[in-house]
Design a protein around this ligand. Structure first.
Ligand SMILES: O=C(O)CCC(=O)C(=O)O
Ligand SMILES: [Fe+2]
Length: 291
């Protein structure tokens, strides 16, 4: 069995970067404050209780990847005001600055996603998160995404703690499957986070308990010129995003992209300039409309 390095809450960004560069992932203690965890948990409590397990659409691979006994939902900035604090938590943002900015003008949220693994769930398929962007998941690809799995409750080997294959981001054969002795289990306490490269092999573990739901909050960022997993401004409408900082609005797709290139525009303009009222009054902005 392999091991992940565990760093204290006051570890520097440089230390975390160094371990992620070498191992592909690291556990950092207390990345979220307990009051943030508690508030966020209470905001999503009803969704966490009532949301169905498993996928309702998608092909066979998606259904298997999702997990039949796993609840997944997003729209976290709409469901909880506290999500903004989590979105802007400095360690993951700092890592994204270092790892992603060399390849883009800006990055955005890939997804903020609850991943709640229920009793009886089997082990998820091994994968690299960068696999979402196909040809950008090769041994020589730049880093396109960086993720953190925050534990909102205890992550144990029995309840489905994330499993990671340290060093697999550096393998020169990305078709290779890991062996049991190469796997590390990210056991964590509420507030801890597993920060990991988009190129490291990992999965959600099996939940062999009878009643312990594993409460995971995945937050990841992706290069701003790639399509994120979550349809960001649809998931967090302006009614929720308008109360947030500009930085959060940008990460949630409410600002246009780019310095060297110009993407994600309206009338080829900055979104917030073209849509004077982005709350859904696009009709008023139509050329020739009487408004
Ligand atoms: O649930 C987990 O621990 C990992 C899930 C995961 O890696 C994913 O869905 O991309
Ligand atoms: Fe993953």
């Amino acid at each position: 069995m392999a091991e992940l390095i565990v760093l204290p809450a006051n570890a520097s960004r440089e230390e975390v970067l160094e371990v992620v560069a070498r191992d592909g992932g690291v556990i950092v203690r207390d990345l979220l404050r307990q009051d943030t965890v508690n508030q966020f948990k209470s905001d999503i409590e009803v969704a966490a209780r009532d949301h169905p397990t498993g996928a309702t659409t998608g092909n066979e691979r998606t259904v298997e990847f999702w997990g039949g006994s796993t609840k997944r939902f997003t729209r976290l900035g709409w469901r909880s005001r506290t999500f903004e604090d989590i979105l802007l938590a400095p360690m993951l943002i700092g890592m994204a600055d270092e790892v992603l900015l060399p390849s883009c003008d800006d990055y955005w949220l890939n997804t903020g996603q609850m991943m709640i693994i229920g009793p009886g769930e089997s082990e998820q398929m091994w994968h690299r998160d960068a696999g979402n962007w196909m040809m950008l998941c090769t041994p020589t690809s730049p880093e396109v995404t960086i993720s953190c799995m925050y534990a909102l409750g205890d992550f144990t080997a029995a309840n489905g703690a994330t499993r990671v294959v340290p060093g697999s981001h550096l393998w020169d054969d990305y078709t290779q499957a890991p062996t049991a002795d190469q796997v590390a289990i990210a056991e964590m306490n509420a507030g801890d986070g597993l920060i990991y490269s988009g190129r490291v092999i990992h999965n959600g573990g099996a939940n062999t308990t009878t009643s312990d739901w594993r409460l995971g909050l995945h937050v990841s960022f992706v290069l701003g010129w790639l399509t994120p997993e979550e349809a960001l401004p649809l998931a967090t409408p302006w009614s929720a995003a308008s109360a947030m900082s500009e930085r959060a609005q940008r990460l949630l797709g409410w600002k246009s992209y780019g310095e060297r290139s110009r993407l994600w525009t309206v009338d080829y303009e900055e979104i917030s300039v073209a849509l004077k009222d982005p709350s859904g009054a696009q009709g008023d902005n139509r050329l020739g409309s009487s408004a």
